[in-house]
Design a protein around this ligand. Structure first.
Ligand code: C2E
Ligand code: MG
Ligand code: MG
Ligand code: MG
Length: 276
C-alpha cells in the first residue's frame, strides 16, 4: 500500500513539475512578444529625502500586464527573461522608457532604474545608456542605476570600467539590496558607488529585532564614512520611519511614503486630457 501511495505521489509530483515547466515555457514565449505588444509598463515609487523633506526621486519598477494572467510581478518574470535571454531587450526598453517619461515630469526629480547583472554582459551597455540619454535629453545627473552585488561577480574589470564611465558621465551608481547576498565591503571600495540601499528585509525587522537596527546603524555609519548616502527601502510604518531617521538615514522609500504607481506621469496624463 505504501508503495502504491509512493507511486501516486510521484505521479502527482511529475504532473505538477510538468505543469510548472509548461507554464514557464509559455511565459517565456509570451515574454518575447511583450515589448512589441506593449504589455510592459513602469510603476514609479517615490524616494523621500530627509534633508530637503521632499520627494527627490522615483524608482522605476517594471510590470508585465499579461493578457490572460493579469499583472505579473518582476520577481516572477525577470528570472525567466534572464534565463531565456530576453532581458537584454527588456532592460533596454526599461532604460529608454524611464528616461523618456522622466524628461516629461514637471520636477527634475531623479529616476532610478534597476539593472540585471546580465545587462553587464552586454559589451555596449555604456554606449546604449549614453545613446538613450542623448536621444531622450535626460540630464545624466537625474539617472540612478541600481545594481546588486551579483553584477560584480563576473568580468569585474569590464564591469568596473563601465561603471566608472557612467559615473564620469554624471549617472549615479547605487548599490541595491545591501546586506543580503554577498555584501563584500571591498566592493564598496573597489566600485564607484554613489549611494547604498539597505535591503528591505532589515526594515521589516526593525521594530522587533534589535539586531536589525544594529545592522542598519552599521550600514549607515559605513555609508557616512565612505561619503555615500544610505537609503532605507520597505518603510511601511511611522515607527520604522522614526527609527531610520534617528539612525541618520538620508533617504527613505516604502509604502509609508507611497506605493509604486504611475508616479509624476499621472500629472501629465491629467494635464494632457485637460488640454484636450
Ligand atoms: P528592488 O529594486 O529592491 O525594489 C523594491 C521592491 O520593494 C519593489 O518590489 C517594491 O514594490 C517593493 N516595496 C516598495 N515599498 C515596499 C514596502 O513598504 N514594503 C515591502 N515589503 N516592499 C516594498 P517589486 O516592484 O515587486 O520589484 C521587485 C524586484 O524586481 C526589485 O527589487 C528589482 O530587483 C526587480 N526589478 C523591478 N523592476 C526591474 C527592472 O526594470 N529591471 C530589473 N532587472 N529588475 C527589476
Ligand atoms: Mg512586489
Ligand atoms: Mg531597486
Ligand atoms: Mg532593493
Amino acid at each position: 500500500r505504501a508503495k502504491r501511495e509512493g507511486r501516486g505521489n510521484a505521479c502527482f509530483f511529475d504532473a505538477e513539475m510538468d505543469k510548472a515547466a509548461r507554464m514557464r515555457r509559455q511565459l517565456e514565449n509570451d515574454l518575447r512578444q511583450a515589448i512589441l505588444r506593449r504589455q510592459l509598463y513602469l510603476d514609479y515609487q517615490p524616494i523621500y529625502d530627509v534633508g530637503s523633506d521632499s520627494v527627490s526621486g522615483y524608482e522605476a519598477l517594471l510590470r508585465w500586464r499579461h493578457p490572460d494572467r493579469g499583472v505579473i510581478e518582476p520577481e516572477t518574470f525577470i528570472p525567466i527573461a534572464e534565463e531565456s535571454g530576453s532581458i537584454a531587450a527588456i532592460g533596454e526598453w526599461v532604460l529608454e522608457q524611464a528616461c523618456q517619461e522622466a524628461v516629461r515630469w514637471r520636477q527634475p526629480a531623479s529616476v532610478a532604474v534597476n539593472l540585471s547583472p546580465l545587462q553587464f554582459m552586454i559589451p555596449t551597455l555604456y554606449d546604449q545608456i549614453e545613446r538613450i540619454l542623448r536621444k531622450t535629453g535626460l540630464d545624466p545627473r537625474r539617472l540612478e542605476l541600481e545594481i546588486t552585488e551579483a553584477a560584480l561577480m563576473r568580468e569585474r574589470t569590464a564591469v568596473l570600467a563601465t561603471l566608472q564611465r557612467l559615473h564620469r558621465l554624471g549617472v549615479r551608481v547605487v548599490m541595491d539590496d545591501f546586506g543580503t547576498g554577498f555584501s563584500s565591503l571591498s566592493n564598496l571600495r573597489a566600485f564607484p558607488f554613489d549611494k547604498i540601499k539597505v535591503d528591505r528585509s532589515f526594515t521589516g525587522a526593525l521594530e522587533h529585532d534589535p539586531a536589525a537596527r544594529s545592522i542598519v546603524r552599521a550600514i549607515i555609519g559605513l555609508g557616512h564614512s565612505l561619503n555615500m548616502p544610505v537609503v532605507t527601502e520597505g518603510v511601511e510604518t511611522e515607527l520604522q520611519r522614526r527609527i531610520v531617521i534617528e539612525e541618520g538615514c538620508a533617504q527613505l522609500q516604502g509604502i509609508f511614503f507611497g506605493k509604486p504607481d504611475l508616479g509624476p506621469s499621472q500629472l501629465f496624463a491629467d494635464m494632457d486630457r485637460a488640454a484636450g
